[in-house]
Design a binder for this molecule. Structure first.
Ligand SMILES: Cc1ncc(COP(=O)(O)O)c(C=O)c1O
Length: 419
């Protein structure tokens, strides 16, 4: 057996440093999910962490491991999200200057959160149209100015810091006399899963460690399947915390040794869980934070099992709610968009509404401009079904109305253009 890159004692050391600094977040048995899956489902609530995500753990621990002279010169990082907030918060606590590079497209709300946590100890640099450009510039800036770069995931101290939450999970479960069958953790660059697995594997050897990625950004799954690190050429960045094109070298090696399986979940399923958790459990999660709960649907029969889901973050921008609802409704098969050729004569709209729609079906979008000198013109229509079972009837009636109608849900190019 090869020596682990990170031992449980390394993680324990990080835990002891962080213990008095970060929130020891609750591990809660969730009654709603436990009843739903006839299992024992626990949630590790990192949405209740300072900066509302676990990323403070790795950033803080890594920065405390730097020599004083290095800290005094200042640090640099590149992030448009939770890592930036973790570094900013730590900079303020340790009174060291942090240069935080964010792409120019970063929403103001995120920039102001970083400034809020870092105060006078943060300088935000808005550089590059995308994350890769921004990160490149941040690295150059670090080299030019002799500043230490705080990695978002591929650094043993960062990984150990993230792993500290597994120590808390273990302590809380031991106190309840429970041994988990499975721990589910979201995976981006792999810092979180490699940190927690470095502790769980030796301490709870019976527990399966399962990573969760979104279908649109499966970088760890593809790498482990291929046996080497794969860089994704394209990805869906919707689950922004976990949308990473290339996992780390260290995190890949650790995941290869410790992780039992990586499963992927559709972005729409994660959205559906975000809304469900908000409505039923009053928990606000961001897309990456919902992946572990979404994965419960993918595990097959889990009745009687004890499962821990890591809710990794709760920084959900309110402006994204409309898109989240949209994706959830489409995933659940309740919202449909069509292009229909529409006859240009008086009364046609009334016919469409009375003849085509089923009971309880509701029009959510209707885009039509009357064209002169043509007998028909295209219409974009969005329909929310009253009941999922209404779909077959709706499609049948539509194909009589216009045999060449197009279903936009099934055409990603049209979908991105029109919806
Ligand atoms: C909320 C959230 N979940 C999960 C992740 C993935 O963590 P890692 O990159 O360590 O795999 C991140 C990373 O930023 C995150 O912000």
């Amino acid at each position: 057996m090869t020596e682990p890159l990170l031992t449980k004692d390394d993680v324990l050391k990080a835990y002891r440093v962080l213990k008095t600094v970060v929130n020891q977040t609750p591990l809660q048995r969730d009654n709603y999910l436990s009843d739903k899956y006839n299992a024992n489902i626990y949630l590790k609530r990192e949405d209740l962490q300072i900066v509302r995500s676990f990323k403070i753990r790795g950033a803080y621990y890594a920065m405390t491991q730097l020599e004083q002279v290095v800290l005094e010169r200042g640090v640099v990082c590149a992030s448009a999200g939770n890592h930036a907030q973790g570094v900013a918060y730590t900079a303020f606590q340790l009174k060291c200057m942090a240069h935080i590079f964010m792409p120019v497209t970063t929403p103001n709300q995120k920039i102001s959160q970083v400034k809020y946590f870092g105060g006078e100890f943060v300088k935000v640099h808005l550089v590059g149209d995308n994350f890769d450009e921004c990160s490149l510039r941040a690295h150059e800036y670090g080299t030019e100015n002799d500043l230490h770069f705080i990695e978002p995931f591929d650094d043993l101290d960062v990984i150990a810091g993230q792993g500290s939450l597994a120590v808390e999970i273990h302590q809380d479960l031991v106190a309840e006399g429970v041994n988990p069958d499975i721990v589910l953790a979201p995976v981006g660059g792999g810092g979180l899963i490699s940190g927690i697995s470095s502790y769980i594997k030796p301490v709870m050897p019976e527990t399966k460690i399962i990573g969760v990625e979104s279908v649109g950004a499966p970088s760890m799954k593809e790498s482990l399947d291929k046996g080497e690190i794969v860089k994704l050429e394209e990805m869906d960045t919707f689950s922004d915390g976990t949308a990473v094109a290339r996992v780390g070298e260290l995190t890949y090696q650790i995941a290869k040794q410790n992780v039992n399986e990586i499963i992927t979940v559709e972005e729409g399923l994660a959205c559906s869980k975000i809304l469900d958790m908000y409505t039923r459990q009053a928990i606000i999660v961001e897309p990456s934070g919902a992946l572990s709960v979404a994965a419960l649907d993918k595990l097959g029969d889990i009745s009687g099992k004890t499962i821990v889901c890591i809710i990794s973050g709760g920084n959900n921008d309110i402006n994204r709610l409309a898109e989240i609802e949209e994706r959830a409704l489409i995933y659940e098969g309740r919202r449909h968009y069509f292009v229909v050729n529409f006859p240009q004569r008086a009364g046609a709209l009334r016919e469409f509404v009375t003849d085509i729609l089923g009971p309880g079906d509701d029009i959510t979008v209707f885009q039509y401009t009357k064209k002169s000198n043509q007998s028909s013109g295209p219409l974009v229509v969005g329909v929310d079904l009253g009941k999922i079972e209404n779909l077959d009837g709706l499609l049948e009636r539509l194909s009589v109305f216009d045999p060449s109608y197009i279903s936009i849900n099934e055409n990603s190019t049209l979908f991105n253009l029109l919806v």
